[in-house]
Design a protein around this ligand. Structure first.
Ligand code: SF4
Length: 357
């Protein structure tokens, strides 16, 4: 029986004619869409959140390809091979990416429900430059042979696009491995296709189990959050699945104080815990989304720290081939003597605390 989420995918907005049902395209947008071979598209639900008349709309810029994607001054070619350590000596199936000893990323599909224009995996999911084979059973066998792996991040593409049967199989197989302590999913579907959180999916997650499931979604602007998002997150939480957010810092979309604060406050109103803000990675063709590296730390300092609840504070990081590098603001300790620290808060006020030898 077809459900609403499958219907949304059947009606996927990936032609100029369909897109025109949602926005009035500019000449530049329409010309580029008419010539580009890039994969693009989104769900009718997410398309309806775009501003029909504003080409700078933060949702629209994440959905509609820009001619700027053809420029590449600062992006690294073969970025994903570098980032995911695919050229190192350890033999791994294509579906396993490793940057840490005890946790791995397990790619199970190349399909997405929104082909985000800023995606760091765009060589894989959008440009189709990488010929990789994502064999789930091969990945499960590799994980079974590596007892040091405690934590599996299931990723894609978007893993929640797998059928209930495939997800149930994957989760069951991972939970059968004695060394797996937690399963994480990276999925944008709670934001771009909240209809996916169905009773059937809840049933797969639901039974109490000592191997918890964590979901991290990606929401980059407060306008991406709707009543449907709130409902989907509540449903996930009601079956024991914790939900965090991994935003990407995007120039002109969320790199100003007001938007950055509103995003993190609104996430909490729908029970999504801000987890990371990622610097927009140097994948090719996305220079136009990238800010200076310091920008995220400035925003944490000026929009969040001291300005709103501690629950709304994500970690700002740069993801690299050697793991994530935290880039948090460093203005707190302004002086240190043998006896004491002098510390500054977000208002510029200072205080002192004794130094422990
Ligand atoms: S859903 Fe994730 S993998 Fe897919 S295009 Fe967006 S950021 Fe990339």
């Amino acid at each position: 029986m077809s459900t609403e989420w499958q219907h949304q995918l059947r009606e996927f907005v990936n032609t100029i004619d369909k897109l025109k049902q949602y926005v009035n395209l500019t000449l530049e947008e329409e010309n580029f869409l008419g010539t580009t071979e890039t994969i693009w598209g989104t769900t009718p639900y997410f398309a309806a959140l775009m501003d029909p008349d504003d080409p700078t709309c933060p949702i629209r810029r994440q959905v509609i390809p820009s001619i700027k994607e053809q420029q590449n001054r600062y992006g690294m070619s073969n970025y994903l091979v570098w980032k995911e350590n695919r050229a190192t000596a350890e033999q791994r199936p294509d579906c396993i990416a490793r940057q840490y000893y005890d946790r791995i990323a397990f790619t199970v599909t190349q399909s997405c429900a929104n082909y985000c224009r800023h995606c760091f995996r765009k060589e894989l999911v959008i440009d189709g430059n990488l010929d990789l084979d994502f064999d789930v059973n091969e990945g499960l066998d590799w994980i079974a042979d590596h007892p040091e792996v405690r934590d599996v991040l299931v990723t894609g593409g978007d893993p929640f696009l797998l059928s209930d049967e495939k997800l149930e199989y994957l989760i069951r197989k991972l939970r059968e491995l004695a060394h797996i302590e937690m399963i994480r999913f990276g999925t944008r579907l709670p934001i771009v296709l909240p209809h996916r959180i169905t009773p059937g999916l809840k049933k797969i997650f639901s039974p109490y189990h000592h191997v918890p499931i964590w979901v991290n979604t990606q929401c980059n602007h407060p306008r991406e959050i709707t009543d449907m998002t709130a409902k989907a997150i509540f449903e996930l939480l009601s079956c024991g699945v914790n939900v965090g957010n991994q935003a990407v810092l995007l120039k002109g979309i969320n790199d100003d104080v007001d938007t950055f604060r509103a995003l993190h406050q609104k996430l909490l109103t729908v029970r999504i815990r801000p987890y990371y803000v990622f610097y927009c990675e140097p994948a090719p063709g996305i220079d136009h989304f990238r800010t200076p590296l310091e920008k995220g730390a400035e925003l944490i300092r000026d929009a969040l720290r001291g300005h709103t609840t501690g629950l709304a504070q994500p970690m700002y990081v740069l993801a690299t081939n050697i793991g994530k590098i935290p880039l948090m603001p460093d203005y707190y300790i302004i002086k240190m003597t043998e006896r004491e620290y002098t510390l500054k808060n977000h208002k510029g006020q200072t205080t002192k605390i004794t130094k422990i030898p």
